[in-house]
Design a protein around this ligand. Structure first.
Ligand code: F6P
Length: 322
């Protein structure tokens, strides 16, 4: 059956660049003769029927905006059979033939469940965490990295003035991609990641003492949120080294802001490809980026893949930050 009308929604934690992806989905679909509806509030909007017709101008002036014009949510109701049935009923009553879901792995599980019940879905990876295994860069990751870098540079200024240490906690859920790359970009003395076991004395204190012995006067320790305990670590560092130490948890500021050029282009390419896949009659696929190319994977396969941290990058970071 040829597809006539598609829906697009954003789900889970928002990420800068989601709007660019929505724009690409809407414009590609309309320009290929399809009708498009926006579903507001993630899967919750699908359950309640918050579904609105989109035209070319509905997505004007959003490519540069962070957040998502469609709103987002993590929907516990959608994970129930009853919620799922309500969502499918809404799709049928709005004559939606296929769905594009922009979000993280939780959102893809929802898309997979819909597909299993006979409803075609395509996933687009939108999350600052970059924790989608089949995809080298997820939408929002590059912007979040740059935001963290800028904020850490500001911290560095004041740490230098006072000869202090700053323990900075960055987001990433269970993944350390943000922490590792930000750590490199700002020259952190230590980078603590959930993927790599660490010894506080050896990997934090000894490195600080060693750097201090060569004349270093200010320090930044980057901690991934999956490791946590930034406040506690700051206290310990101060107690053991005598260096005044402050903790900063960057928090949700990392999720907002103007998307970078990289995220805008990536999101545009992924959005356009997602629509093409639906037109080609494909379903249960995740659009991804690998070595600069846009590719796609079966959702099940994508969810079962394991993403590993680049250990060479980690080793290099340690070597050059002393
Ligand atoms: O997945 C994106 C993310 O920002 C994670 O880095 C973080 O752990 C989580 O979402 C925070 O979730 P919430 O916005 O619900 O507090």
């Amino acid at each position: 059956m040829a597809i006539k009308k598609i829906g697009v929604l954003t789900s889970g934690g928002d990420a800068p660049g989601m709007n660019a992806a929505v724009r690409a989905v809407v414009r590609t679909a309309l320009n290929r003769g399809l009708q498009v509806v926006g579903i507001y509030g993630g899967y919750d909007g699908l359950i309640t029927g918050d579904i609105r017709e989109m035209n070319l101008r509905s997505v004007a002036n959003i490519i540069n905006r962070g957040g998502t014009i469609l709103g987002s949510a993590r929907s516990p109701e959608f994970r129930t059979e009853e919620g799922m049935q309500k969502a499918i009923k809404q799709c049928l009553s709005h004559e939606i033939d296929g769905l594009v879901v922009i979000g993280g792995d939780g959102s893809f599980r929802g898309a997979q469940d819909m597909t299993r019940r006979g409803f075609p879905c395509i996933g687009i990876p939108g999350t600052i965490d970059n924790d989608i295994s089949c995809c080298e860069h997820t939408i929002g990751y590059d912007t979040a990295l740059n935001t963290c870098m800028e904020l850490c540079d500001k911290l560095r200024d004041t740490m230098q003035s006072h000869g202090r240490c700053s323990v900075v906690e960055v987001m990433g859920r269970h993944a350390g991609y943000i922490a590792l790359n930000v750590g490199i970009a700002i020259g952190a003395t230590s980078i603590l990641l959930p993927e790599i076991a660490f010894d506080f004395q050896k990997d934090v204190i000894d490195r600080m003492e060693e750097a201090k012995s060569t004349g270093k006067n200010d320090f930044i320790v980057v901690v991934a949120e999956g490791v946590g305990h930034a406040e506690e670590m700051a206290k310990q560092i101060q107690e053991i080294t005598g260096i005044e130490t402050r903790a900063t948890i960057l928090g949700h500021v990392q999720r907002g802001g103007t998307p970078t050029l990289f995220d805008r282009v990536l999101a545009s390419r992924m959005g356009a490809r997602a629509v093409e896949l639906l037109i080609e009659g494909k379903s249960n696929r995740v659009v991804a980026e690998q070595v600069g190319r846009i590719v796609d994977f079966d959702i099940e396969q994508a969810l079962s893949m394991k993403k590993t941290l680049d250990m060479d990058l980690y080793r290099m970071a340690l070597e050059i930050s002393m």
